[in-house]
Design a binder for this molecule. Structure first.
Ligand SMILES: Cc1cc2nc3c(=O)[nH]c(=O)nc-3n(C[C@H](O)[C@H](O)[C@H](O)COP(=O)(O)OP(=O)(O)OC[C@H]3O[C@@H](n4cnc5c(N)ncnc54)[C@H](O)[C@@H]3O)c2cc1C
Length: 486
């Protein structure tokens, strides 16, 4: 039998794609190397955007019945200091909360939903090769020790960050910025304050640590660090994570116990050479679609899934599954999400240079201070960081001007003026700004060749973004989507 669509990988990208294609009446086979339910190293945070897509898929109720935590606020710590408790904006198409659900249960619910929608699932199928012919695509796999072949009109690679399908169409993996993360589960966590806590810190910047804790005191705690070829991984991530647990979380974890081992995972943030080829499309981590600003990739995989399923449907209907027909998927992804992705990637490119970490943390801390007295500005910042608001909006001067705090108290907080308005703050702020930028410059001068390469990379990305804006391809996130009914 020749399936209309074969989906490789049953994570959020694969199961969402399969549910969408099956709902459209396409015969769909999902293959995964493991059986389900299975664990996947993740923060387990389902963002407002992910909730939106779960609703579009028709399984939001099922997901919400498995989680009690409906989280509206987040604490932000910079270098150990709690600077902000913020929330999601409530003025977008998305809900203003997120939920936590472990990937063991979440991915299983999504897969069951795909199967209930009409897709077929074959577990323990490790895909090895993809061969494209004029008539179909042939998928070679190992199934319980047996070599097997299945064929489909289109293969959708949703097989994660070390995608075989991506490699089969000529992409090179590990070819740019990547974040490596460690995650551990704890129970009996003392959940004071917001149930989401994000920590930026000199010890592990560029990157951040997180504590996501549910209503029962069960927590997902992790730490991710971004690196790239010229800026290698810190050698002792495990020790840095342990120090973070022991020092920063000693109060939170004083009655807690760890459940299971510390596990590691990765997400990549560079553009692959191609996300479509003859009879092949890539979605989710296989296409490096995760948000470079915060590492969230579940909703990005679901966005990719929606667009890939639309294209697959049209291609099968027309009987044309050539790269030319499938380019519709790439074009739609670029129109809707590329500028945001590139904006996040630009920020990551700046932050990944360790010479700048003090300066970046200085800027972040001052933005955070300003948000404490201005709800609109706080929602703007948390909206941009979480991707609920279009990220490239923060590069549009008019939008930035509109979002800037109107409340004088916000500016006073940044300038650290005391109640009587003594102007001691501006001076120390200026000194701090000059000190951190002077330190960054002198460190960069010590490795001029690396700094030159890095500057060229950042400049190229700025120019590419500017061209995108000039060509008018600016589309706020979600604008092309229906209103979220949640
Ligand atoms: C530590 C960490 C924390 C994160 N936290 C969050 C978070 O809180 N919120 C968020 O939105 N995102 C988070 N992410 C990102 C998120 O996990 C990914 O972006 C998301 O899982 C991508 O989904 P996917 O379906 O593309 O790939 P995956 O979820 O990786 O699924 C790929 C599937 O393909 C299967 N597979 C792989 N190779 C083969 C093969 N050769 N043959 C057959 N099957 C194969 C795998 O078994 C797997 O089931 C985090 C990532 C990490 C590493």
């Amino acid at each position: 039998m020749t399936y209309d669509v074969i989906v490789v990988g049953a994570g959020p990208g694969g199961s969402s794609t399969a549910a969408f294609t099956a709902q459209k009446g396409l015969s769909t086979l999902i293959l995964d190397r493991t059986g389900f339910p299975r664990d996947k190293v993740c923060g387990d945070g389902l963002t407002p955007q992910a909730l939106y897509w779960l609703d579009q898929l028709g399984c939001i109720d099922e997901v919400l019945t498995h989680t009690k935590s409906c989280i509206k606020t987040c604490d932000l710590f910079i270098n150990g200091e709690l600077l902000l408790t913020g929330g999601f904006p409530n003025t977008t198409h998305y809900p203003d909360f997120c939920v936590l659900l472990d990937r063991r249960r979440f991915d299983h619910i999504l897969l069951q939903h795909a199967v209930a929608s009409g897709a077929e699932f074959q577990a323990y199928s490790l895909v090895r090769e993809i061969h494209q012919t004029p008539d179909h695509a042939r998928v070679v796999l190992d199934h319980k020790g047996q070599r097997m072949e299945v064929q489909g009109k289109i293969v959708i690679g949703a097989d994660g960050v070390s995608s075989v399908v991506s490699r089969s169409i000529g992409n090179v993996l590990k070819n740019g910025a990547t974040a490596l993360s460690l995650r551990a589960y704890y129970q009996n966590v003392n959940a004071e304050g917001a149930q989401i806590k994000v920590y930026f810190d000199e010890r592990f910047f560029p990157g951040y640590a997180w504590v996501f804790v549910d209503d029962d005191g069960f927590a997902n705690i992790g730490l991710g660090y971004a690196f790239d070829k010229p800026f290698p991984m810190i050698p002792n991530l495990k020790q840095v994570f342990q120090d973070f647990l022991d020092q920063d979380l000693c109060h939170l974890l004083r009655h807690a116990s760890r459940c299971g081992a510390v596990s590691g995972g990765a997400v990549s943030f560079f553009k692959p050479k191609a996300i479509v080829a003859d009879r092949v499309m890539l979605v989710g981590d296989a296409a490096n679609q995760a948000d470079p600003l915060n590492g969230g990739g579940i909703h990005k995989a679901m966005e990719g899934a929606y667009l890939a399923a639309e294209t697959a449907y049209q291609a099968v209907l027309r009987g044309d599954c050539s790269v030319r027909a499938l380019l519709q998927y790439q074009t739609q992804w670029e129109q809707q999400f590329e500028l945001d992705w590139r904006t996040g990637e630009l920020f990551l490119s700046v932050a990944k240079n360790p010479d700048l970490k003090e300066f970046c943390l200085f800027v972040l801390a001052n933005i955070a201070r300003m948000t404490t007295h201005d709800r609109q500005f706080q929602e703007f910042c948390s909206g941009v960081f979480s991707g609920v608001l279009s990220q490239n909006i923060c590069l549009v001067p008019q939008a930035l001007f509109h979002a800037m705090p109107r409340n004088p108290a916000a500016w006073m907080a940044m300038l650290q003026l005391d109640e009587k308005g003594l102007v001691t703050g501006p001076l120390s702020l200026a000194i701090d700004a000059m000190t951190s930028s002077a330190k960054a410059s002198s460190r960069m001068l010590m490795s001029p060749w690396q700094s030159l390469n890095w500057s060229l990379e950042v400049m190229t990305k700025v120019l590419r973004l500017a061209r995108g804006h000039a060509e008018g391809s600016f589309t706020p996130t979600g604008s092309a989507l229906a209103k979220c009914p949640i």
